[in-house]
Design a protein around this ligand. Structure first.
Ligand code: GLU
Length: 526
């Protein structure tokens, strides 16, 4: 039997890390067993519906490289894949249940339901629908429905006994039937409830394994009753442990950033996010923490999912991201992803080798792409701005800068070793601590003291540019370290914005979407 899994998000907000997490396990399980992975939009809650959310969720899956085999975008033999476009299907199935006497139309108003609830509360009885509409003869139900009277369709359930289903990870889960009180299948607005649409679609789409979050465990007995009412075979149920906030409560946007878009904007890498999520509740048989989707698929065993609530630890995610940025992704790959961000800042990235050098030296110093870009300014800006710490260094470093300017201009072999030897020899001659020389030099070359090694900087910037920068710093010192000219800064800002706009335009024309392939990645090549 072909394995079919699905992710069934509701378009109610930002693409959620929980959707990515559950999607990942459905995707990998399907791939592992050579099956299919379906994306179905559960958009029957019209009150919580958000226009644009569907596109963003699909975009998230594309970015993560978890491409569904069937979806509203990709199409497929089981469409349509938006529940709002399947209303006729649900109506037909509800009619079937009405005809077989397993469901009925109930006509209570919202006020009546509320009064019932208050009464139950007053009498200290369990809250829930008491089945009062069941006794209305079917013909009468049909007549009032035909006359346009608002109603809902409810499933007939019994209070006696209990309902049990088997969860692959949890074993038998049993709920007393008294807790299931004639659940609504079709709402008065003509839209199905989650329960009905979910079960009908899973059945019609041939879903064999329902892998979803733990929060749906309590809904599953209702689904089981529905499968029985339709006389359908049950799929296998697998409820994944919920992601937790650091305080162990269910992951929520009040306590944690849950938007995948937000992580993406902050410069997190899809490979790192996936690898991080894969470690939530699952582990590789050999215990290795870093792995790509290919390896995960090859080794995947759903029975190794552990149920202890995995904590979404942002520090850990950052360290995963840093690891991918620094070691796992090849340099060229990282550069390719940084480039558009740099261009958005108005920096000219046309020199590929220069870009590679810059990314190479900065990636050990950043945990996200955005942090890398934030540090890269001095490699691309025409004029440096000297920050407070740089000014301090320059104030005391004039002699060293003059000496190094001379030494560097005379340097014959301009390569890493040549520059490094020159600096070392000079420091030794002067008999001063390394930092005394290197800090002002770093300040002169970058305008800041938080920057990579000086030798790296000089080699990347090149002899001419390095000398030019040292020269400018000396002029700046001679002028008494004047404050920045606000007018000049504004002009520069404008020029960079214009360049960024240009770059954006040409990117849209030439490339289209950003790369999204899930690389398993070898060791960086440089
Ligand atoms: N629409 C539900 C959700 O938003 C789907 C739950 C399920 O997978 O059954 O998570």
């Amino acid at each position: 039997m072909e394995v079919v899994t699905r992710i069934a998000p509701s378009p109610t907000g930002d693409p959620h890390v929980g959707t990515a997490y559950i999607g990942l396990f459905n995707y990998v399980f399907a791939r592992r067993h050579g099956g299919r992975f379906i994306f179905r939009l559960e958009d029957t809650d019209r009150q919580r519906y958000q226009a644009g959310a569907e596109a963003r969720i699909l975009e998230m899956f594309a970015w993560l490289g978890l491409r569904p085999d069937e979806s509203p975008e990709a199409g497929g033999p089981n469409g349509p894949y938006r529940q709002s476009e399947r209303l006729a299907v649900y109506h037909a199935h509800v009619e079937e249940l009405l005809a077989s006497g397993r469901a009925y139309r109930a006509f209570e108003t919202a006020e009546e339901i509320e009064a019932m609830r208050l009464e139950q509360k007053r009498l200290n009885k369990p809250i829930g629908y008491d089945g009062r509409g069941r006794d209305l003869p079917p013909a009468e139900q049909a007549r009032r429905h035909a006359a346009g009277e608002p109603n809902v369709v409810r499933l007939i359930t019994t209070d006696e006994g209990s309902t049990t289903f088997r969860d692959r990870l949890r074993g038998d889960v049993t709920i007393p039937n008294s807790e299931i009180r004639d659940p609504v299948l079709m709402k008065s607005d003509g839209y199905p409830t989650y329960h009905l649409a979910n079960v009908v679609d899973d059945h019609l789409m041939g879903v064999t394994h329902v892998i979803r979050a733990e929060e749906w465990v309590t809904s599953t007995p209702i689904h089981v009753l529905l499968y029985r009412a339709f006389d359908w075979d049950l799929p296998e149920f697998i409820h994944m442990p919920l992601l937790r906030n650091p305080d162990r409560s269910k992951v929520s946007k009040r306590k944690l950033d849950t938007s995948v878009d937000s992580y993406r904007q902050q410069g997190f890498l899809p490979e790192a996010l996936l690898n991080f999520l894969a470690n939530m509740g699952w582990s590789m048989p050999d215990g290795r923490e870093y792995f790509g989707m290919k390896d995960m698929t090859a080794e995947f065993d759903i029975d190794r999912v552990s149920l202890g609530g995995p904590v979404f630890d942002l520090k850990k995610l950052r360290s995963f991201n840093a690891k991918y940025l620094r070691d796992i992704l090849p340099l060229e790959e990282v550069a390719g992803r940084v480039k558009p961000l740099l261009e958005d800042e108005g920096y000219d990235c046309s020199d590929e080798d220069y870009l590679l050098d810059v990314v190479d030296v900065l990636r050990p110093r950043a945990e996200t792409l955005v942090e890398l870009v934030d540090q890269a300014g001095y490699f691309f800006r025409e004029t440096l701005r000297y920050d407070e710490s740089a000014r301090k260094q320059l104030a005391s470093g004039q002699t060293f800068l003059q000496d190094i300017e001379r030494e560097l201009s005379m340097l014959e072999f301009f390569d890493y070793d040549g520059v490094d030897d020159m600096l070392r020899d000079y420091v030794q001659e002067q008999a001063v601590p390394m930092g005394k020389v290197l800090m002002p030099l770093r300040a002169a070359l970058t305008g800041t003291t938080n920057a990579p090694g000086v030798t790296d900087l000089i080699v990347i910037l090149g002899k001419r540019e390095s000398l030019a920068r040292i020269g400018k710093a000396l002029t700046f010192i001679d002028a008494g370290l004047p404050d920045d000219d606000p007018h000049r800064l504004l002009e520069e800002e404008k020029a960079r914005k214009a360049a960024a706009e240009e770059a954006r335009k040409s990117r849209v024309k030439s490339v289209g979407a950003p790369p999204a392939a899930p690389a398993t990645g070898g060791k960086g090549s440089r």
